[in-house]
Each structure stands twice: as C-alpha cells, then as structure tokens.
Design a protein around this ligand. Sequence first.
Ligand SMILES: [Zn+2]
Length: 334
Amino acid sequence: MKSDKRDNFTELIKNKLAKRVSYICSNPNCRKMTIGPDSKKGINNIGVAAHICAAAPGGPRYDVNMTEQERKSIDNGIWLCQSCAKLIDSDENKYTVSLIKLWKEQTENIIGYNFGKRIILSQKDKLEYIFETLKDVDNWTEIKDENIDGYYYKENPSYRIEIQSEENYNTEFYSYLMSNNSTEFSMLYLKYNNTCIYSKQIVSLDSGRLKTVVPLSAYINFNNNVYKYKYFIKNSKEVILRDFLFNYEKGYDNSEEVYAMDRLNEVVVEFESNKEFEEFKNNYIKNINIEEVKEYGKNVSYVGDTELEIKHNQVEIGLGFYIKRKYIDYKNNN
Ligand SMILES: [Zn+2]
C-alpha cells in the first residue's frame, strides 16, 4: 500500500514563516530576498517554507517521534530560497536539525533587531571584511559611552559591536567549573550604520570575569534524557569573536579571566572543521561509555541546587571532560 500522506504547513503558517524573516532566505550564507515584482504587475516568489524534519517518512531528517501536529507546526519550518531548500535536503548529515534551527534563530534575531530600521541589501562582503579586521584587536577600540558596552572599528566607526544584557541568569553546566557559578547572558550585535548585520550570544562567567561567545551545542540521547555538549569550529566567526573578546587589552591584571577560560576549555572541543566534527561524532560519540562519563562528572563538587539539576549537570560536565579526552585520542590516532 502506498502512503503519500504529507504533514504540510497551512497557508497561515507559511505566511508567518516568510514574514518573520521579511521574505529573506534564512541561510546565513545566502540571505537572498525571495519576493519581489514580476514584469506583469504581479509577484515573483522564489521562497519556500521548508520542513526542518521532513513532512513524510523517508524524507530528510524525518523524526518518527514527532506528532502530526508538531510536524505541521511553525517550530518545524524555516523560510528559505528554493536553492537553499534543495541544498538542506541534499545532505542531511551536513544540514542537521540543530544547524537549520540555528539559521532560523539567527535570521529571526537579525530581522527582529532591524525591524523598523533602514535596510541594507547586501551584507555578505561587509561581514567577511569586518571579521578579517577583528583578527587584530588593535584595529578596534572601546566605545566611550557609559550606556553602551562595545567597540568600534578605528578606520571606519560605522562598524560597531554592541553588547546588550538579556537579563538571563540561567546557569549552564560549565558555570559550575568556575570559582563562582554566577552566569549572565547577553547578545552581541555587529552593526554597520546602526543596522545589525550579525548577532551572537555571549555569556559572562565567574561573576563577569570572563565574557565570551557561547559555544555551539550538540546533543546526545541517553536513557530518554537529552544531554548537551559544547564545541567550536576553528576559524569560524564564533572563534574570531571569542578570541577578539579574550585578546582585547583589558588594562588590568586579567589572570582570573585567563584561569576561567582555561576551565571552560577543559569541556569545549575546538574542531578543525565541520568535516572533522562529523567524523569524530561518527567514530567516538555514537558509542559513548556512559559509566566513564559519570565518573568524570563526579569530580566537580558543587553542580546545582536541586537533585535533578545536580544529576543532569554531572552528566553534562562529565560528557564535556569525556569528549575532550576522546578528541585527544582521536588526534593522536589521525
Ligand atoms: Zn538561499
């Protein structure tokens, strides 16, 4: 019996997905406008509401555990141009659920930030250029305004970095590796002429001694629980920003910041490339030894207030140490 049941989005949801990003393709390497005028006084649309997890069995990233309602919901959709919609379906190992959700979140953040402001259509070259300048902290200097935490590019002050508190004080597993577990999240906005062209979440750890880019997240399932681990990809924008914030001359003794960064790096792996990350995942993370993970997690004394929190954090801390250890093995074997 042939089943051709697809859990399609309603027109209302497609419309919402498109408008939440101003009809711009959500792939950060594309960001094409997908709607505009045609030659017959009509509308040309090259955008599609793509499914993150496929609408029908056998499709890319299809998740059997999802209900029909979840599959049709706005949470399972992303607005893309036609070629990017094809691209994400061409390689589901490369275009993972978490990567696509990150695109969606980033694009919605940027559009949200720029809502009501002047538009600049082409951002890609500006972005590549400005990240080059960030590799040398001497190109940048602090904004001298007590209400703004940030930096500007000396040669062209139209480029600015502004950091705004999110009033989010949730702890993360790595918060407990610090001398003090107080944690605060902010958003970093990279702006050109006051238009945001890139955004990234920042975390302040150890009572603000270390302010750094939130590492990327990946997840494993164990005993019906989901655990997170953290990583970076070398030469990525996240890493350039992280190094910029760390290397920027503080003008005071920053040995506590250095110590906090070392602690964080004990549970964060920096992969050479996305390809290496995928290879490592396939060889070392698929068959994780959870008992070994738990052993690593036991070494940190205070990891939360409630029993549930403590149990969860112990596994995630252990997982961080475990993955770091396995990565060293992996490098030695390659
Ligand atoms: Zn696109």
